[in-house]
Design a protein around this ligand. Sequence first.
Ligand code: GUN
Ligand code: ZN
Length: 436
Amino acid sequence: MSTPQLQAYRASLLHFHADPAFSDSAHTWHEDGLLLVADGKVQAAGDYALLHASLPPGTELHDYSGKLILPGFIDSHLHYPQTDMIGSPAPGLLPWLENYTFPTERPFGDAAHAAEVAEFFLDELLRCGTTTAMVYCTVHAESVDAFFNASERRNLRMVGGKVLMDRNCPEFLRDTAESGARDTEALIQRWHQRGRALYAITPRFAPTSTDAQMGLAGELARAYPDTFIQTHAAENQDECAWVRSLFPQARSYMDVYDGYGMLRPRSMYGHCVWLDQQDRVRMAETGAAAAFCPTSNLFLGSGLFDVAQADSAGMLVSLASDVGGGTSFSMLQTMNEAYKVARLKGSYLPALRMFYLATLGAARSMQLEGTIGNFAAGTEADFIVLDPQATPLLQRRSSRSNSLEELLFAFALLGDDRAVAATYAAGRRVHAREAA
Ligand code: GUN
Ligand code: ZN
C-alpha cells in the first residue's frame, strides 16, 4: 500500500476543543503553526518548530506565513434557491415569503435551472470560507439532486433536504403529505451518507404543513435516526400568532414540533427568537439546536435572538446566514451582526466565541464533532486561510491588534469574502482568491 502524499501548511493556526463561554482554555493557537494533511484528513496540527523536523522527505510545504488557518466555517441554516433574491425588500417575513420567496422557488423543478443556481451557490459559499452548510432546497426533488450533484463534484460535507409544504402556499409549490414523505424517503436512500452528503428532513415550518404531513415527517425522523431535521421556529411575531391559531392545543411553537417527535439530536431550528425558557430547556434536554441568523433577523425585522438565555438553558447554538432572508453569505459578516444583536440584548459575544459558534459549535450542534469543526487528528481536512492584510483597512486595524481576541474581532467586524485567501475541502483547494 502506498503512503498517501503528506501536505504541510504553515501559518498561524486556530481551532477549538471546547466552548469558550464555558471554558478558559477552549482554543488552541499556534502563532507559527503547521497543519499536516494526508488523504483528505488532518494528521496533526501543532507548532512549526516541533513538527517540521519530522516531516518525511517529499512532503509538500505550502507557506501561508502571516495568515491564519482555521477550520472551514459551518453555516447551519440557509436556502440555496434564494440566492437570486438576496436583499429583496418587504415589510416582514410573511409578505417577503409571499412576494419574493415563493415565486423565486417556483422554477426549481427544472433540473437545468436548479443546477445553475446550485453551482453558483456552492462557489459563493467557498469564496466566503464556508465548507459545510445545512441547506434548504425547494419542494421539488430535482432541486435536491441538483444540489447534491454539485456538492459531490466539489467533495463537500453538505446537509440538504427537500422542503415539505402541503398547505398555505401557492399550488405550484405544494406537495401532499404522502408524496412529500415518499419523495423524502427516496432522497434519503439516494443521498444520505453517499460520499460526504447528509440528508435533512425539511418541513418548511409548521404553518405550511398539515397535521398529516408533520406526522409523516416525524415518522421518517424516527425511522432514520441518523438523518437531520431542519425547519423554522419562532422567527417573527406574526408567524407565532399564526401558529397559535393553527395549533391551539400546543403550549408553544416549539411544542408543536415536540408533539411530532421532531426535537432530537441532529434537529436544527432556524431563528428561535420568540422562545420562552421552557422551550429552551426542552431543546437542551432533547439535543435540538438553534441556528442564530442575525443578518436575517435584522433585515426582516424579526427580533433579537437571546444568546444569554440560550446559554443559561444549555442549548446547542450555531450561527447561520439564512440567505436569502440573510443579507450576506459571509460568516464573518454574520458575526458582525451577531455581535450587535447580543449588545442590543444587553449581553456580549467575544470574537473567540463567535468563531467557535461558526466552527466547532456548529459541528457539535449537528453531532459532527470528530468529523468536521476542528483539527483533531482524523477529522476531514476542511480549512480556510484568512488574510489579515486583505483590505487596506483590515491591514491597518489588524496590525494594531494587541491580542488574538482583537485580531479576530477585526476579522469579524471588517472582514468578508475578501478576507478568505483560500478554501480547502477534504484536503483539496476549492477556492483561491488570487490565481496561484
Ligand atoms: N419561514 C418559512 N420559510 C422561510 C424562509 O424561506 N426564510 C425565512 N427566513 N423564514 C421562513
Ligand atoms: Zn430560513
